[in-house]
Design a protein around this ligand. Sequence first.
Ligand code: FAD
Length: 476
Amino acid sequence: SPRLIWFRQDLRLADNPALAAAGDGPILPVYVLDEAAAGRWAPGGAARWWLHHSLAALGEALAARGAPLLLARGRAETVIPALADAVGADEVMAGRLYDPWARERDARVAEALGAAGRRLTLLPSALLHDPAELRSGSGKPYAVYGPFAKALRARGEPPAPLPAPDRLRGVPHPAGGEALAALRLLPQPPEPDWAAEFGTLWTPGEAGAAARLARFLAGPVRSYAEGRNLPAIEGSSGLSPHLHWGEVSPRQVWQAVRAALPEGLDAAWPFLSELVWRDFSYHLLWHRPELPEAPLKPRFADFPWDPDAALLRAWQRGRTGYPIVDAGMRQLWRLGWMHNRVRMIAASLLVKQLQQPWQDGAAWFWDTLVDADLAANSASWQWVAGSGTDAAPYFRIFNPVLQGEKFDPEGRYVRRFLPELARLPDRWLHHPWDAPEAVLQEAGVALDRDYPRPVVTPEAGRQRALAALATLRGRA
Ligand code: FAD
């Protein structure tokens, strides 16, 4: 009987175990937009833009091989069994998902299928290692990255990826499908077209992922250890949204990077260890499903956050008065992505000096990042806030001026996203409020009018953060 191939976050043909398992048997490839199941973790605005274009690319690739994609909408536990019934499929195959809501949903789908004598088979395809499998010596899940990475490395490198099938045997579509446009994934209404610039940087889909990987291998990979910290250059891979949607698998990336750096595993490790951080985030999410909502360290439970809508809005819009942070927040808004170093600086300012709950920052990222990923986003925010199990020490308060001067010394990044400061000399670029009036005038910058003064001065911010952090002392 035909099989249903249920695409979720593995929007690719190559290295796709569900597709490979179907061999040359008849299949019905399906994507179900199931927003109710995801609740507040349904894809945010930027991710929906991505998903729309990625589904279009997947649809074309599948159709070209003989098995057009069926798009449907509704509760998966209703839609999937109905489709299986309509084509007489005994087995539904999909890549395993790890977000708490998806695990619960898959259990419901499996049950609904089981009641009709059918089954759901989930195959791991999104991570290097299944998070349920990796355990420390004492049998507990890992809470700290170092030992986790060591254990993962000790298991050996991932196997070679599976090739993409040349031809597929699709069955005729039953009723229940919709056109891509009907799913309404793009911003509605399209004015103002927030995502207008996304397409200049990103090409969602498997071919776009392969091109992005090739571009990384042709240059930045060799100097990744240094280049990754400099937001003004293309120093990292830019693969995060492609990995999130599974347009490329982590083992495909791993193997390609290893082949490009034949000096050995250690030469590739600065980059590969980031793929391991990705796995580690999923490990945390799997074993601590409260990760997106609640601090993992109990002593942070009643941290004295001071929610303030105006401060949060200034941060969201890139109007904090700290140029490196504002440049990052505007990069995020315009391109749906922010450099990792700047994510850390911007997040730190929000949770430390501005004392806004990390969950509010994470929610904004969720809506505006094309790579918004529940595991990586939640784990990273908890890392910055100091409330994760393996986190930056709580007393580390990034100084956004020094961070800017260190990682964007010539101000190329700040000038790109804050053109209003473009003519300010390097010396003042990361702290325009200190510049003499004559310098500001010469550069055509009127503070408050063209660019804000800091919403919290560096000294007041530091004191605020320290006072709040002092309340943690002595707690478990
Ligand atoms: P590269 O440096 O080329 O790294 C390769 C891959 O490793 C990335 O594509 C990503 O999949 C993975 N990776 C890298 N760093 C991390 C990390 N710290 N944790 C987990 N995986 C990592 N990453 C997301 O994918 N989605 C998010 O929603 C997300 N939110 C973040 C929020 C904050 C506050 C911070 C500080 C970081 C966040 N990151 C998130 C991690 C990191 O910033 C991005 O993965 C990275 O900037 C993506 O760019 P790249 O693909 O060029 O990364």
